[in-house]
Design a protein around this ligand. Sequence first.
Ligand code: UD1
Length: 424
Amino acid sequence: MAKLIVENGGPLYGEVQISGAKNAVLPLMAATLLTEEKCVIDGVPDLADVKVMKGMLENFGATVVDDGNGLLEITASQIRTVNGDRKLVTEMRASTVAMGPLLARCGKVVMPLPGGCAIGKRPIDLHLKGFRALGATVIEDDENEQVIVTAGPKGLVGDAIYLDFPSVGATENILMASTMAAGTTIIENAAKEPEIVDLANQLNKMGAKIKGAGTDTIRVTGVERMGGSIHSVIPDRIETGTFMLAAAITRGEILVKNALPGHVRPIIAKLKECGVEVETVDDGIYVNARDKELIATNIKTLPYPGFPTDIQSPFMAFLTTVKGKSEVKETVFENRFMHVNELNRMGADITIENRIAYIPGGKTLHGAKVRATDLRAGAAMVLAGLAAEGKTEVSEIYHIERGYEKFVEKFTGLGALLTRVDED
Ligand code: UD1
């Protein structure tokens, strides 16, 4: 098991290049199961989660050719099995997005219950509600910890589906399932995240007829068959936010390149509220927190275009260092405050009541042994370590490696004192 050693080397300074989005690429890869033709995806980040998804696709029968430089060629000429590999599925919650395409193509899918970050209950009831609305039968086989979904005798049939919450994964799954359903499917209260738009763009290149992605009503007109496509992944808005916060928490100055400002509006707005200078420039975002008088702010996480839950913990790490009281309310996930304990080990003094974290602010954090309790919380602990006095050791960094490409290299390239060591 590896860990990260973080020390305060002063403000971070320089340029960083943002990679393709983890949360976009996983569904894009799963979507290739919809066709026997070759699909090319470019700008694919080198991440543990991407490797898991490759393994999943290969298990289903696809051939995945990786040029080692971010380009994948995926051809699922035949589907060998519709049973998800238990080991891979339980490693990564996002593997559930293979359900929609398999159901559409083969009329059946058997999926073990997903794993991933332990942030709240994270059920898949909305995904299943969508499949049922398309006429599928869903058996929740609790004894074998799996779900079995089977299309009706005439295949999937389009219908109107209202999501009780705009779930990203459910929207993606229903979108893919409905591409070849008979008639029209309407997803109401759909998630509006940029990753949904990216997926719809690739699906449309593959021959789907999808309108309204990026709004809360998506309309899919079923087509007979799907074909190959060539598609580039959008930049990772969560990695973008993480480096924006790296500038803020170290009082540094970073040009975040290959970033789309339109995807991180709430992060820009909140950093500006705190007194950080943020400017959108050609091909990126310039963040400057040098010699600024910074002030506290309040944050409430919401589905897109609200403040992203994935940036909640990195932002909280920053707020611990800013003078004045801040409040952070988490409304998307139930149990996404595990990093609070870890930040408190470093002297943050945060309290939680219901779903609100109260941050006294103005702290000089001190180094400690802390855990990466989930993917984004792991990044938050590294950010905290960069601003703390003394040495911070972050363990369980496999969480970080699931979702950040070249994490250590990118940070050290900005002057961070960050080393990865193998734990004995
Ligand atoms: C995706 C992102 C994750 C991000 C999250 C919210 C990927 C791979 N992951 O996760 O990084 O934090 O969006 O922006 O894209 N819910 C239900 N029933 C369901 C599905 C979800 O109740 O069937 C609830 C969840 O428990 C959670 C909320 O809806 O409280 C949001 O979940 P969802 O939008 O589905 O997130 P994911 O797609 O899992």
